[in-house]
Design a protein around this ligand. Sequence first.
Ligand SMILES: *Cc1c(COP(=O)(O)O)cnc(C)c1O
Length: 379
Amino acid sequence: MVSSTLNNPTQIPADAVKVRFLDLRVLDADYRAEIHEAVERVLLHGRFIMGPEHDAFEDAIADFCQTPFAVGVGSGSDALYLSLRTLDLQPGDEVITTPLTWVATTNAIVLAGGTPVYADVADDYNIDADTIEDRITPKTRAILLVHFTGQMCDMDKIMAIATKHGIDVIEDSAQAFGATYNGKPAGSLGTMGCFSMNPMKIMNAFGEAGAVTVGDEARRDRLQSLRYAGTINKENCVTPSINGRLDTIQAAMLLVNLKHLPAKIEARRTFASIYTSELSGIVGTPPLHNDRDHIYYSYTINADDRDGLMAHLRADGIETKIQHPILMPDHDAYKGRFDADIPGARKLIERIVCIPCHEHMTEDEAAHVIASIKAFYGA
Ligand SMILES: *Cc1c(COP(=O)(O)O)cnc(C)c1O
């Protein structure tokens, strides 16, 4: 059962909070001034949608992700939906995906006219590449994987399967901007990469925003049409679609945040390594792979008596979160609609919890989290 109180950090009385799960306020005055300056520039030129900062943002994302093109869109959900629309899925077409993610992933498949087929999840919380090939049928069109928690999937294996069967790979990289696999950035290995830049994400806007990375120019053109009502030359609609464009103001602020990203990732890695050295053997710390760099969108542990631990941490003023407490096929919208033989995911969903790990926390706060976890397990 999912308990909404368990997953709601606001349940801790404000005066008792000692360690926040995330802190999105912009408290640094210099940084705030950079943001104000970026907004000011957009207010003065007045091109609020797809203005010059929007184009510069697309170039910067393509550059960062080492892909030929990037397409700015309104959100990560738009990125996923519009990417899947480029596949022209026909009724019955299948997309293999993970059951452990935010629901936007499965929603996009269904909204684009496809049928989700669930592979299982491995101990590193990502799609288990060894359970993908079994699920391939003549109807399989793509693999929509998620680089969950900020560490990339087993890309060599997944790309080999996709190549062998002639299907596309879409990387839901919403949690993995800046993560790499053998030095290659998330979003650069599949047919397309989908990014969310909502405020919770490590590469964040101050509102909704997203992007798609893409290597093929014709597909880039298709995405540009699909993000604006399915039009070409801004007027003639060639296929019905949504308005999924990105605001210039968000793009301008994102360009500022891109400069600050390396320091943010570094801070998260520092706290993550403190947690891992202090907590391994007490809880399951995030399994790491030598060929991948984790950006720690979340620091997700695998814990005995997870609910008891969350209650204990809450009493100690520490906010935690389960990301995400409902597996895809168990959402009310999808219950009973799609088969899912996913024992690995079913086991993990009872055990995972994210503990605070972000650039605004202090070493004392991390020490408090560690001490509280050790006390709970009598370590
Ligand atoms: C955040 C997220 C999304 C959706 O992004 P929005 O910008 O909130 O629409 C999709 N997939 C994953 C894995 C996410 O974490």
